[in-house]
Design a protein around this ligand. Sequence first.
Ligand code: SF4
Length: 399
Amino acid sequence: MPKSAQFSEIFDQLPIDQLLEISHHATESEVQSILRRGFARNIEEFAQLLSPAASAHLETLAELSQKITRRHFGKVIRLFAPLYLSNECVNICKYCGFSRNNAIPRVTLPVEKVEAETRILAGQGFRSLLLVAGEHPRYVSQNYVEECLKACLPHMPSLSLEIAPMETEEYLPLVKAGCEGLVVYQETYHIPSYKELHPHGPKKHFHWRLDTPERAYEAGFRRLGIGALFGLYRWQHEALCLASHALHLNRNCCNAQLALSFPRMRPAAGEFQPEEQNLLPDRQFVQLLCALRLLLPHAAFVLSTRETPALRDGIIPLGITNISAGSATEPGAYSDYDHQSWKPSRQQPGEQFNIADERSPAQMADILRQKQLEPVWKDFDSSLVSPFSPPLPAAQNHH
Ligand code: SF4
């Protein structure tokens, strides 16, 4: 059977201008017809749900999104914590605190320290970690990551990675070591902006990055995460490309669980200021989340601590399935937490971005319960499934 096309081959042919046109000018009756049906059948209907006409029906959209989420995921919200391994980076990304031209203290945690941080997070209840690192082949080598995974696994059954994109062969030992998931944000799907924002380092290769989830799937990762950083280009454009990417991965990587993230820009070292016209306002943020849910009923939606407590509390019930809590975005920061207040006991000069929701993991779990939602720390035991076992039938893979 011929290998199906990767997303980078399809991306350049996406009718993005046409879709944008739809997202600006959908009619009331087009929107009504989707709302009556209760879901979006394709990317064109998703574009209609991003329109000003759909914005007028935000309450109905939110009700539908909530209903679909409960139907497919029940009342559970999966909690995870990011654990930063290193803030060394060879790339210049103009919006990121770790960008190589920012004068911040640089650190790569020794494996023992990574294990110590993992134990602290396990003590807070976490059973699922996202190991995050800047892109630096010397400090954050494949061997180093493999050692970290092996040190974490005895304390933390579910591990995912957000590290520099690799080739399929390089991912194989990481999957074999027990890693479940791979997260890679495209940041922006608008090529001219991407070029402008990533002037130096391997990250400037847009299309290679775009195919990372598919290389990861080939290596056996069973969770794939994608996302766009909203605020780098017009939100409708990013939303349409992110949704197209998700539809493509649903078709081509159907045995992995797909997770989408839609972080919005936060202040960071380097003082990058998003352009006014690229900002995603709160109301449209909710509209986007609900529209995505009407298109992608089975995808996990991730919400990070970049958003304020008020906003998080409001939108978690509407369609979110995974949240981080009590996060630090600086390597080694959890060791310095005051474990009563769950606040850092010192300044964090080397963080990637500022956190807006500083509530502790236990507080977040309580808030979920108050909303009749069930905090879940672990939803799968990877030790029971070999990454090289035959794929599950698609029907069993729907969460
Ligand atoms: S976004 Fe990632 S690749 Fe870019 S500077 Fe930050 S850590 Fe490095």
